[in-house]
Ligand binder design. Structure first.
Ligand code: GLC
Length: 711
């Protein structure tokens, strides 16, 4: 449809027909219970069945067949032939499940993350999904919050890179094309910083912290062309974001020039009553609509109140028209007026779901998301004819997909046991999947050359409403490790989970530690390849791993303070725990080793339009071909708004053969040095800077340079 035709269509709609377009309901209203996936409270949505039947969009329909049934029923009965739009939480894959997003970010490989998002889009669109509520780009530096699993971790720059990659992977150049879906970035804004790490809690962020650290990733998604933005459940500085005109109208629409659809989170409009902002759903509808929220997900606030608000003059019908036009435009961008069914196709579902190509991309992502944290005495990789016992509760587990893998086929996940058994060349191994500790097991463990232990946090303990006050692994898992440790010290531990956990004792008792996160459908195959050296670890932590939960929130982007930690009295830190993480952001080992030469600069002054180049010679000094993510950090030594001691400003993945060396170059630009000053101007200040080039945020490989703004 042309825009004029869309305008004509809008002009033919009654007020009720317009309001219908602003209601999104669960597919539960259309089909019987066993096919319903509820991702929020549904029992008291208050949506009248007659309103539901006229809703403009559906959330979480579960297959092409169901979506077709719903759409064809709708098209027969609806007025004006406006098709439904189907939206869903395709967070890390649809049927072929990718690693959890926090793990994908450890790949530092945006092109592979984009490929993963394209796989998700191809499968989801065949199943009738037209919009995914992804990427989730909430910055997180507190792993007590269960939704850290869905994020790209603690760094704004990495979160921006991953946001762009996922939006482009889902939408491609044109989301109406076959195999493409529209992307909805979430949760706008600041949801990842709840007090105490408690989900849905208030987020107190200073304006500078908000604009400097928390907003960039949403803007990166908007700049990448995401079609929708979802508001969040939290208060931001005591104001529900779903009612925030500053966030939605001023920042999103005015400053960022976003013209797409804004959708509430599930029931987040009605929840403004519970928050204590509104007395009833009419007030909640008014607060959300005035702020700029177009679609009410999951409640009757809009369907029950907008007409009255127009009749009373509190809302102008022209404002309703603007919201409805954005929804119609989205449907038009997806080509739904020409083809209401888009890519829904049962045959395509069968051909695409879990196909070899998709599995391979999922496996590659899993391989690049594993982080090797320790490898004492090069105990890894294992030899294929070595007497190794594999054991632990995750050995034979298919619980390798995140809790947002709503559409996964449970039996399609490859367990570690299956991965090892199907690996053709592994000739000598023992698998002991039980947890009980008996004589037979003792003998196996005591006599094995090495023991590989698979332990961690079940996927059900991370994700939405899965905040934890502790970050420990299950007691039984740690007890198993202690029992094994009494008998055999040659322990390799593989840790699963959706968040950074407390692994200090585990690390002390293991010769090698691989952080496998929640690796998805191909996790077992990928781990077998990695452990036996068919693949070499390259993952780098997207999130600091703490020494203990008491350190939360924790980020490498910390401040010097007036008394930096030095181990003596009167300094920043704790008296009982080192203030630094156990493993830092950007850290990750390989089976090979890389040396870094000094940072070499093409000049010592950056000025407007005149960047300098920072170079570093990296050499593979080990015995395996490996990939290293070379990281660029900047420190602004003195500024009128104090700057963090390090900020990631770039990274490059390089693959080198043993003995090979490569010169990595980064351009140091004025743009890189800018920040928001006390007047909220985005500017660089003249003075001294350090540029670091290294293998993690711990690097001290640095060089001094200056920025002079009047050259
Ligand atoms: C959930 C989540 C959000 C999701 C939405 C729809 O409560 O907060 O991330 O997209 O509801 O399922």
């Amino acid at each position: 449809m042309t825009n004029n035709e869309l305008r004509d269509l809008l002009s033919e709609l009654s007020l009720q027909e317009k309001i219908d377009q602003l209601l999104q309901i669960s597919g539960a209203y259309y089909y019987n219970d066993q096919n319903v996936i509820l991702t929020g409270p549904c029992e008291d949505s208050g949506v009248k069945i007659e309103d539901a039947r006229r809703a403009g969009s559906i959330i979480n329909a579960t297959s092409a067949g169901f979506a077709k049934t719903i759409q064809s029923t709708h098209m027969k009965t609806c007025s004006k032939n406006i098709p439904l739009i189907f939206m869903a939480d395709v967070i890390n894959g649809y049927k072929t499940i990718l690693p959890a997003p926090i793990a994908q970010a450890c790949s530092f490989d945006p092109s592979l993350v984009e490929a993963g998002a394209s796989v998700a889009a191809a499968e989801a669109s065949a199943a009738g999904v037209m919009v995914t509520f992804s990427p989730m780009v909430d910055l997180v530096n507190d792993s007590r919050w269960g939704r850290v699993m869905e994020s790209a971790g603690e760094d704004p720059y990495l979160s921006c890179v991953m946001a762009k990659a996922m939006v482009e992977g889902y939408q491609g150049e044109d989301c109406s094309k076959p195999g493409r879906i529209a992307s909805c970035v979430k949760h706008f804004a600041g949801y990842g910083a709840p007090m105490g790490g408690r989900d849905y809690d208030n987020c107190e962020l200073s304006p500078l912290t908000l604009i400097e650290d928390y907003l960039p990733a949403y803007k990166a998604a908007v700049d990448a062309g995401c079609e929708l933005v979802m508001t969040s459940y939290n208060l931001l500085n005591r104001v529900p974001t779903t009612s925030s005109r500053e966030l939605i109208k001023d920042t999103l629409r005015e400053s960022w020039d976003f013209n797409g659809v804004v959708i509430s989170d599930w029931a987040s409009i009605a929840e403004m009553i519970t928050h204590g902002l509104c007395t009833d759903e009419r007030e909640a509808a008014f607060a959300a609509f005035r702020a700029g929220v177009d679609i009410d997900m999951g409640t009757s606030c809009y369907s029950n109140s907008l007409a009255q608000l127009v009749e009373s003059g509190e809302i102008k019908e022209a404002e309703i028209d603007s919201a409805v036009f954005r929804v119609l435009e989205l449907k038009n961008k997806l080509g739904l007026f020409e083809n209401p069914y888009k890519d829904m196709d049962e045959v395509a579902e069968q051909n695409l779901f879990l196909c070899d190509k998709h599995r391979q991309i999922a496996r590659n992502l899993a391989l690049e998301s594993f982080v090797l944290l320790k490898n004492e005495g090069a105990i890894l990789p294992l030899k294929k004819d070595q007497k190794v016992i594999h054991t632990g509760p995750f050995l034979d587990s298919q619980d390798l997909c995140s809790s947002w893998s709503l559409f996964a086929q449970k039996d399609s996940t490859v367990s570690v046991k299956q991965g090892i058994e199907s690996h053709k060349e592994i000739s000598e191994y023992m698998l002991y999947a039980g947890e009980e500790f008996n004589d037979e097991f003792y003998n196996c463990v005591a006599s094995a050359e090495k023991v590989v232990l698979y332990i961690g946090e079940p996927s059900s303990m991370s994700g939405e409403s899965r905040s934890r006050a502790n970050l420990t692994l299950p007691d039984s898992h740690m007890q198993l490790l202690r029992n094994v440790y009494k008998l055999n010290k040659e322990i390799i531990t593989v840790v699963f989970g959706g968040r950074p956990l407390e692994i200090q004792e585990l690390t002390e008792k293991s010769k090698a530690v691989i952080y496998a996160w929640l690796p998805g459908t191909e996790g077992g195959n990928a781990l077998a390849e990695m452990l036996y050296g068919d693949a070499v670890p390259s993952g780098k932590l997207s999130m600091s791993i703490p020494r203990c939960v008491g350190q939360m929130p924790l980020s490498y982007r910390r401040f010097s303070t007036g008394r930096p930690y030095n181990g003596s009295d009167y300094c920043n830190g704790y008296i009982d725990v080192l203030p630094t993480p156990l493993f830092s952001f950007g850290y990750g080992l390989s089976y090979t080793e890389f040396s870094y030469g000094p940072v070499l600069l093409s000049g010592y002054t950056v000025s407007p339009g005149l960047p300098i180049t920072a170079q570093c010679i990296i050499k593979n000094t080990g015995f395996f071909r490996g990939t290293e993510t070379v990281q660029l950090y900047i420190r602004d030594c003195v500024a009128l708004v104090v700057r963090p001691i390090k900020e990631l400003k770039g990274f490059k993945r390089i693959t080198l053969d043993p003995g090979e060396e490569f010169t990595v170059s980064f351009s140091i630009t004025e743009e890189m040095l800018k920040f928001y000053n006390r007047d909220y101007e985005f500017k660089a200040e003249k003075g001294e800077f350090f540029v670091f080039i290294g293998d993690s945020s711990d690097t001290e490989n640095k060089q001094l340079f200056y920025y002079d703004d009047n050259k």
